[in-house]
Design a protein around this ligand. Structure first.
Ligand SMILES: Cc1cc2nc3c(=O)[nH]c(=O)nc-3n(C[C@H](O)[C@H](O)[C@H](O)COP(=O)(O)OP(=O)(O)OC[C@H]3O[C@@H](n4cnc5c(N)ncnc54)[C@H](O)[C@@H]3O)c2cc1C
Length: 360
């Protein structure tokens, strides 16, 4: 059986941040990723200040060197629109970001295996591809659809009733109207669709909507086309795009730690994408889990510290995200918010600045 100090399952932002943090502290790290990279993932691609701040601390700021600086958010609903100036965060494609972060983990000394799924047995032994692996501590960062610890008792998902599903695609430049540096959020009565331009000029489209509404529209492309209305320049590009889905979004794990296991990023739980903070939470919680896992492997700390550490990283912003996600479910609230925002732009700016701001 192969021995490592820290096994990381999943090379999304959480997993790579964990691998970087653990490798920096001198641990022998194995990072296993089921997919071949680069790969796209349904995501709004807006990285918060919190995310960029932690990347700086990890020595990985160059992974977003070409990110498009975000300068404003435009919320559109029922033919009304509100522009909120907010110069914070960057837009970066997930194919580029995730590949770069995994490469940085490798540069820091982690062994990275792509196209290799990991899973735990009920007795805590890990299988990585065809190998059996004994890890001093494992960081589980396999995302919302992760199943790597299904065999371990007590980690089941609690999915919120009425949760929305996610989907997204990357469209060629010129397919939709989206000024560079602007996040355009189209809110409908059963979901929302966001647009942002990526560094190469292509446009990321990402959405959260009621599954029944997406089905009755005939699928993600048609749902997005209807929601985006006059912003669509070339409907054929939407129809032929490579749409990726995400399962029911609002969920959490029954627990996030156990003997030799720390759960981080989306694998620990998620709310909804409206505030664009998931990657920031993933990077912050992944980095903290990686550091703790290295200490656990050396016998200097115990896994039972993780639930409190994890909660202190994500709790406040998750509550805020849940409140905003709830508010945008009612078109009347959104219309009222747009009206108030127009009358009091300073207030709207202050609320927007509270979202995703740098926190350690
Ligand atoms: C529609 C939508 C829009 C969003 N918009 C934004 C946004 O604008 N800004 C933002 O910050 N966040 C956004 N998010 C959230 C963001 O995408 C996630 O929070 C983020 O990707 C979480 O990172 P992660 O590393 O935890 O998981 P993931 O990025 O999901 O990575 C998990 C990785 O684990 C791998 N994996 C799975 N199972 C295994 C296994 N058994 N073995 C090995 N590897 C495995 C997967 O292949 C994947 O690469 C959005 C999400 C959705 C659905």
């Amino acid at each position: 059986m192969r021995q490592v100090d820290v096994l990381v399952c999943g090379a999304g932002p959480a997993g790579s941040a964990a691998a970087i943090a653990a490798a920096r502290s001198g641990a022998r790290v194995l990072l296993a990723e089921r997919a071949e990279f680069p790969r796209h993932k349904a995501c709004g691609c807006c990285l918060s200040e919190q995310g960029t701040a932690v990347l700086r601390e990890l020595g990985a700021a160059h992974s977003v060197h070409d990110g498009v600086p975000l300068r404003n958010v435009r919320v559109l609903a029922d033919g009304r629109s509100l522009e909120i100036t907010r110069e914070a965060g960057v837009a970066i494609g997930r194919d580029a970001l995730d590949t770069r972060l995994a490469r940085i983990a490798a540069d820091m000394g982690a062994e990275v295996m792509f196209g290799t799924a990991a899973r735990a047995d009920a007795d805590g032994t890990w299988h990585v591809g065809t190998e059996r692996v004994a890890a001093g501590c494992a960081v589980v960062a396999d995302g919302l659809a992760g199943r790597s610890i299904d065999a371990l008792p007590g980690y089941g998902w609690q999915v919120r009733t009425g949760s929305r599903m996610g989907f997204g695609a990357v469209l060629p430049a010129g397919s939709v109207n989206c000024p560079r540096g602007e996040i355009r959020m189209h809110v409908t009565h059963d979901g929302y669709v966001g647009l942002v331009e990526l560094p190469d000029g292509s446009v990321d489209v990402a959405a959260a909507a009621a599954p029944a509404a997406v089905r009755s529209a005939g699928g993600p492309a048609e749902y997005a086309r209807r929601a985006l209305g006059a912003d669509v320049i070339d409907p054929a590009r939407l129809a032929s795009a490579d749409w990726r889905g995400a399962p029911a979004l609002t969920r959490r794990r029954a627990r996030v730690a156990g003997p030799g296991v720390l759960v981080a990023g989306d694998a620990a739980g998620y709310v909804e994408p409206f505030t664009g903070e998931g990657m920031g939470w993933a990077i912050a919680s992944g980095a903290a889990a990686g550091g703790l896992a290295a200490d656990v492997a050396r016998g200097r700390a115990a896994c039972d510290r993780w639930p409190r550490m994890h909660a202190s990283i994500v709790r406040g912003s998750r509550l805020r995200c849940a409140a905003i996600a709830l508010a945008v479910r009612s078109p009347r609230t959104v219309r009222a918010a747009i009206a108030v925002g127009r009358l009091a732009p300073g207030l709207a700016r202050r609320i927007a600045s509270a979202v995703g701001s740098a926190r350690r």
